[in-house]
Design a protein around this ligand. Structure first.
Ligand code: ADP
Ligand code: MG
Length: 250
């Protein structure tokens, strides 16, 4: 579902991604862990067209991200083509960024109505189903300010699912939550994984990574330091940098 070949990304003179190679298989939960500043968010943002890579190749579902290859040369996609690629990818951020003036159901139906031109009645029916799926059937008409952080994050997940993505990206989805609210969001993510969604999850929740993750990479300084089965990498890290990081977070 995702293939990254020697992906590089710099901001000015600062190289943040120094050649990322990895592969996310369809249907798997792929966890990315690593210290702050190691490039985890930047990598997710490259997958979702929020940043452009400087070198290497990035593919989603077999299609080159942001470019067309022709005669060995790369041509940037037009805005409309980029929008079409982005439509297949759902993203959930640390901060929920819901529209504050819209109810939960209006937040979830917004993109299908605006982007896909889904009729409002149908979009509302589907959004209600999705809110039910994330355990918020009774909060359909609540405004974000009336919801807890965990509930808001579950609305954000439902909103991402409303576009029927084939890939979901999560960037530290529970880091901004009070500890007692983390579990309800992880439970929704676990259910999504069980339903077969392909998920790339940047997280500090090592319990989640161990229990739900199919693969895990440890990133540091813009490179993948080690990768493998989450139980192996977390339980028996091979590199000094991984050991040192895990000793601080576990
Ligand atoms: P992580 O998510 O692992 O904490 P990030 O991908 O957010 O790391 O950031 C990696 C590095 O890139 C950091 O040093 C950060 O300051 C830098 N960085 C991220 N985005 C930008 C940007 N838009 N402009 C300049 N530097 C950036
Ligand atoms: Mg980050």
């Amino acid at each position: 579902m995702v293939k990254s070949e020697a992906v590089h990304k710099s901001f000015g003179h600062v190289e943040v991604l120094k050649g990322i190679d990895l592969e996310v298989k369809t249907g798997e939960v792929f966890c990315i862990v690593g210290p702050s500043g190691s490039g985890k968010s930047t990598f997710l943002r490259c997958i979702n067209h929020l940043e452009k890579i400087n070198a290497g190749r990035l593919y989603v579902d077999g299609t080159l991200v942001g470019y067309r290859e022709k005669g060995g040369r790369l041509y940037e996609l037009r805005d409309r083509e980029v929008a079409a690629q982005r439509r297949d990818i759902g993203m959930v951020f640390q901060r929920f960024n819901l529209f504050p003036h819209m109810t939960a159901v209006e937040n979830v139906m917004e993109a299908p109505v605006q982007v896909k031109r889904t009729p409002r009645s149908e979009a509302r029916r589907r959004a209600t189903e999705l809110l039910d799926r994330v355990g918020l059937a009774d909060k359909v008409d609540s405004y974000p300010a009336q919801l807890s952080g965990g509930q808001q994050q579950r609305v954000a997940i439902a909103r991402a699912l409303a576009m029927d993505p084939k890939l979901m990206l999560f960037d530290e989805p529970t880091s901004a939550l009070d500890p007692e609210l983390v579990g309800e969001v992880l439970d929704v993510m676990k259910a999504l994984a069980r339903d077969g969604m392909t998920m790339v999850v940047v997280t500090h929740e090592m319990g989640f990574a161990r229990e739900v993750g199919d693969s895990l990479v440890f990133m540091d300084g813009g490179v993948v330091v080690e990768s493998g089965d989450p139980k192996d990498v977390l339980g028996n890290p091979q590199h000094e940098r991984t050991k040192s990081f895990l000793s601080k977070v576990l």
